[in-house]
Structures are given as C-alpha cells and as structure tokens.
Design a protein around this ligand. Structure first.
Ligand code: PEP
Ligand code: MG
Length: 502
C-alpha cells in the first residue's frame, strides 16, 4: 500500500491494516462524491459573489478532463511544455493543431494560452543561450521574444488561427514594463494584418493579457491596461521577485508565505487597479490551489482562480461555504496585520465561513461495521472530513486519543462520547455513529459500545461551550428512556433533533 498522505509504503498488510485502508478509501471517495454536486453549479459564495474556477494545463490533451472536473475554462495553458524535451521547436502547424484542440475541447469556455515562457529554470537546448549568472533575473519569458522573433511570430500566428475556433485568449509571461506589452501588441497586430491579407480566419477581438509576476508590472496596472485586455497573477514568480526568495530553494520555502501582509497588500493593489481600469483579473500561481488562502482570494475580489484540475470541485465546494462580505473584511484585517502568523490566526477565527449547525444528518451514520474502538473513532472523524468540516482529520483523531488515554469516554449503557477541543476543526460538530455490533470501550460498566457520539469543539470557541454541550448530553443520557429513544431512532434528521437543540 502506498500511502502518499503519510509518506509511507506499507507491506505485509494484516487484516486490520487492510480494514484501515478500506476506511481511508471510503473517506476520500465520500468527500469526492460530496463535491461532485458543485461541478454542476457556477462557483459562488453563499452570499452570491461569483468566482470563476479554471484549470492550469500543460497540453491540449488535459482540457477535456479539466472541463469534466468542473473547470470554467483554462486559466493557464503553459505552452512551454510543447517546446521542452524535443530537439527543435514545434512548427506553426503543429501548434495550431494543439491550440485548436484546446479551444474545441473547452467547448465555448475561455482558454488562456500563455506564450512561450522559457529561460530561468527552463532553458531550451535548441536556442542559443548566453551563460547567465542569475538565470531567474536573466533572459526569461517575454524578454527573449525580440531575439527569437521568428519563433515567437510562429506561435502568435498559430494562436490567432486557433482563435477562429473558440474563446482563445493570449497571455504574455514575465512582463516587467510597458514597452514589452506594447511590443507584443504590435506583433499581434502585424500578424493579424498578414492573416487578413492572406484570407485566413481569426478572431479579431482575441484578448491579449499579461501575467503579473514581476513587482514592477504589479505597480503599473493602470498604464498596462492601455495595451492589455486582462491580467492573471502568477504568484510563484511574483513572490520570488517580491520577497527575494528563490522559488527552487526548499530551504527558503517558509519565506515564500502568501499570508504575509505585504504580499496581500500587493495583490490587493493589483486587483483594485485592474478593476478601476475595467480589466478582468485572475490568479494562476500555486496559491490558487491552496485551500487555506481561498478566503483571501475571494476577499481580494479576483474574477478567477486557476489551479490543478483535481482540486477544482473541492475548491468550488469551499467557495460556496464562504461569505464574500466576510472575506473582504478579512483581507482588510490581513493587510493591517504585522506578520503572516497573525494572518493565519485571523483565518482561524472563521468569521467569513457559513455557520454550520452543531449536528446534521450528513454527519450521522447508522449500521456501521467497526471491530474496534479505533475504527469507531476513525469512522466518526471521517464523517467530519467527508462533510467538509475539517481538512485535518488525523489531528482531530490525535486530540481525541489524547483524552481517551487519560480516561475512557465510555459512558456506560452502550454509549460513548469521545470529545476534544481542537484547531483542526473548521466547525464545532457532533457526529453520530451507530455500530452494527458493540465494541469494547473500556467503559466503567464494562458494556460494549454501540452508539458513538463524537463531540469536536473548535479551538477558537470558549472552553465553556465544550463543557456545556458535553454536560447537557451526559445529563440526558443518564435517563434510560432517552437512551432507548436514541437507540431506536433510525432517521438521521430525527436523531439530530433528539440529540441537540441549539
Ligand atoms: C507563476 O509564476 O506563478 C506561474 C503561474 O508561472 P510559472 O509557475 O509557470 O512560472
Ligand atoms: Mg511564472
């Protein structure tokens, strides 16, 4: 068994370990199934603000899959993948086929194709390259185009021709100053004129935009808007150049923190200026796929985020749980914070999320097959994960077990109330698992447990809440009649009402 979550390869699987991985598979499947429904709907916060969620791709062959995964379009097609790992550049024809297939598979959705972005950490062996001491500060992206004019024009022609077949947009990498954007615009206009003269079809309105990944460009949005139709923030390089942190150096990874107030201020400036100029602005760096940054990205007012296709459905689901107004307030606070750690703290307060009820049918499961207390606790915590109430189920389990080690939460009469207070919970939750057969819980009366009521209280809540809920539940479970009622009840919604009225 290869467990990528734990970073472990497990051999010689015992039946108990097999059962564990069956549960793991079920846990992940449930979360996936739950988010499937978000693929169908436009991504919007619960108070109604739209946010396009698009996919980053490296070739046309990934587009159909991205659309099936719920992408609103392609936010970044990295075309350098077509140029790397081969002895010479792809021809205009070859590129045309590729881009045409991408827009065809996107079926009317926009496809943002980034022109060749090589240099830096991605040298092209068949282009004569000077040796540079600092390749990341050297000939990269748009800077190479005037020198390799024929190569760039072939790509522009291929893109223009493909634009006749769908919603294609062209995006320029590594723009640092206005003259670079203006130069590309001129080349596009030249090639359009040549195609027109030759009677070749293209979309005359094809938008041309730029990656915002160099700080100097980030502070020139108003002026760049004169030559460009849209922007997409490349947080990987923007962070690298803004914070002076080499993106390939793992020892510096902690310094590339997207929660740093200075970085959020920069992003805020870009979005504000783009909107003031009437321009669309997205974000396509790694930050786009980081769930913990999502409230900030919503609060910034971005029009789109673009990320790896497998994360799209989950992201859409999370957007639906957010309040746009709460997220905007969050960004304001984050910009005034002093450190990234402080911003992380503000994110933990979760005032910008939809409030979830303590319990609901989604976190109730009946007739569950568990052989041990370990399995029963895992089954209950996994319900919270599947329902989107936590992304850190293991931490919750650990917190439960820390308590379980000091005293058993076996309540007696076949009931157990494992409980904890933890920062790993997104919402305070009461999950209910009714077991098919009782399991030993080390309860004071020695009886096996058949009903597990898991209580997880958010760290940010007062400790008194934890005790109040626990005490109220324990008090009612003292009564035989109430216990019988809970045992009898087979309707999850009724069970929720029975166990908890706020
Ligand atoms: C970026 O810099 O954020 C980006 C999306 O481009 P790449 O990672 O390809 O440099
Ligand atoms: Mg980049």
């Amino acid at each position: 068994m290869v467990d990528a979550d734990l970073g472990a390869v497990v051999t010689g699987l015992t039946p108990a370990v097999r059962r564990y991985y069956d549960m793991e598979r079920r846990r992940l499947e449930r979360r996936r199934n739950r988010v499937q429904r978000f693929i169908e709907r436009p991504a919007a916060t619960f108070d109604g603000r739209r946010l396009e969620v698009a996919a980053n791709v490296g070739s046309a062959s990934e587009v159909a899959e991205a659309v099936a995964a719920g992408a609103d379009g392609v936010g970044l097609f990295r075309t350098e993948m077509l140029f790397l790992a081969r002895p010479s550049a792809p021809s205009e024809e070859e590129q045309f086929d590729e881009y045409r297939r991408a827009v065809a598979d996107a079926a009317g959705r926009p496809v943002i194709v980034r022109t060749l972005d090589v240099g830096g950490d991605k040298p092209l062996p068949y282009l004569a390259w000077p040796k540079e001491d600092n390749p990341f500060l050297g000939l990269r992206g748009v800077r190479i185009y005037p020198e390799f004019d024929a190569l760039f024009r072939a790509q522009v022609r291929a893109l223009l021709r493909a634009s006749a077949f769908g919603m294609l947009q062209v995006m320029i990498p590594m723009v640092a100053r206005l003259d670079e954007a203006a130069w590309v615009r001129r080349v596009v206009t030249d090639e359009q004129a040549a195609l027109r003269a030759a009677g070749v079809a293209f979309d005359p309105q094809m938008p041309v935009g730029a990656m915002i990944e160099v700080p100097s460009a980030a502070l020139m949005i108003g002026q760049l808007s004169g030559s460009l139709d849209f922007f997409s923030i490349g947080t990987n390089d923007l962070m690298q150049y803004f914070a002076a942190v080499d993106r390939t150096n793992p020892r510096l990874a902690a310094l590339a923190d997207p929660l740093e107030p200075s970085f959020i201020r920069l992003l805020h400036q870009v979005v504000t200026d783009a909107h003031a100029a009437g321009r669309w602005v997205g974000l396509c760096g790694e930050m786009g796929g980081q769930a913990r940054c999502l409230p900030l990205m919503v609060g910034l007012g971005l029009d789109e985020i673009s990320l790896a296709a497998p994360d799209i459905a989950v992201t859409r689901g999370l957007v639906a749980e957010l309040s746009a107004e709460g997220c905007a307030a969050l960004v304001n606070r984050a910009m005034r914070a002093a450190t990234g750690a402080e911003v992380a703290q503000i994110l933990e307060e979760r005032g910008h999320w939809r409030e979830m009820p303590l319990t609901e049918p989604e976190i109730v499961e009946l007739d569950v097959d568990c052989r041990t207390k370990e399995e029963a606790i895992k089954a209950a915590v996994d319900l919270l994960y599947a329902a989107g109430r936590t992304d850190r189920p293991r931490e919750i389990e650990e917190a439960i077990w820390r308590r379980e080690e000091s005293y058993s939460t076996g309540f007696g009469h076949g009931f157990a109330i494992p409980h904890c207070q933890t920062g790993a919970a997104g919402a305070s939750s009461m999950a209910v698992v009714k077991l098919r057969a009782g399991v030993d819980w080390n309860a004071t009366d020695g009886q096996p447990v058949r009903t597990v009521i898991l209580l997880v209280v958010r760290e940010a809540e007062q400790a008194a809440t934890h005790m109040r809920v626990l005490a109220s539940l324990a008090r009612r479970l003292m009564h035989e009649e109430f216990r019988a009622e809970v045992e009898r009840e087979q309707d999850p919604a009724a069970l929720c009402r029975l166990l908890w009225q706020a």
